[in-house]
Ligand binder design. Structure first.
Ligand SMILES: [Zn+2]
Length: 250
């Protein structure tokens, strides 16, 4: 076995999930320096086996599947992360960058990124998974989780559709509050509240202006309109009224 072969076997083992069968145990021992050294041909066979039959470990620093927008070195970049859950690619994480024209293509996968993945995953993690997903959705108008078009206002403002928010436990109101759109939305809400207060004040004035006066109704009717029963002795009114309907002596 050459040094080059041993180093390659080491690097393959470090990123793969060795099975617990005899071959797996032997290769683990070999890497640890506790097994008889294979010859060059046997080493090639071990390398082939590791490459073709031993699945990779999930990438430790990878982020979950989804779509993310994150600023890296001052540039806003868009990514799609796929994590197949079955078949040959189970356990792998694929990172793709999505560029402008890709957004016109429904469900675009973008361009695979092969180097510098860790830096991008770290940038997404630093931004926060939900925040980066939400930003994707807000910028593009498609859900940061599943990529479906966002239609209602809360979905567009948060960047996440209602179903995905539930599945992933994403607090959409918190995303909206933390987003740059929050100030605009808060201002809109304030304007709405101000407008409503103006309308309420105007209505109150109109009601007061239209409310009947004692002269309009006569005293008895007026008091009744205010909920006072002047025929009730307890109300304290003298029931004897003058020709204007006012209590005598009032
Ligand atoms: Zn979604």
């Amino acid at each position: 076995m050459t040094d080059k072969q041993l180093n390659f076997i080491r690097s393959l083992v470090s990123e793969r999930e060795l099975p617990t069968n005899d071959r797996g145990v032997y290769v683990a021992k070999l890497v640890a320096g506790n097994a008889p050294e294979p010859n060059v041909t046997q080493s090639s066979a071990i390398i082939d086996w590791l490459l073709n039959d031993v699945p990779r470990k999930p990438e430790a620093d990878a982020v979950p599947a989804g779509r993310y927008a994150v600023e890296i070195a001052g540039k806003l970049r868009f990514f799609r992360v796929d994590t197949p859950t079955d078949g040959k690619w189970k356990g792998r994480t694929f990172l793709n960058e999505i560029f402008g024209g890709d957004f016109d293509v429904d469900d675009s996968r973008g361009t695979p990124i092969r180097s510098g993945k860790s830096e991008i995953f770290a940038a997404i993690a630093a931004e926060g998974l939900d925040a980066a997903r939400g930003r994707f959705g807000r910028e593009i108008g498609k859900c940061g989780c599943c990529g479906r078009t966002l239609t209602d206002e809360v979905s567009r403002a948060s960047g996440i559709g209602p179903d995905c928010a539930e599945i992933h436990g994403i607090d959409r109101e918190a995303l909206i509050a933390a987003s740059p759109a929050a100030d605009r939305l808060a201002e809109e809400a304030e304007q709405d509240a101000y407008q409503q207060a103006e309308i309420d004040a105007e209505n109150a004035w109109l009601r007061a202006a239209e409310a009947p006066t004692a002269d309009d109704l006569g005293f008895e009717q007026w008091e009744r309109s205010r909920g006072v029963d002047i025929t009730d002795p307890q109300s304290g009114y003298d029931r004897e009224l003058d020709e204007h309907g006012f209590p005598v002596g009032y």
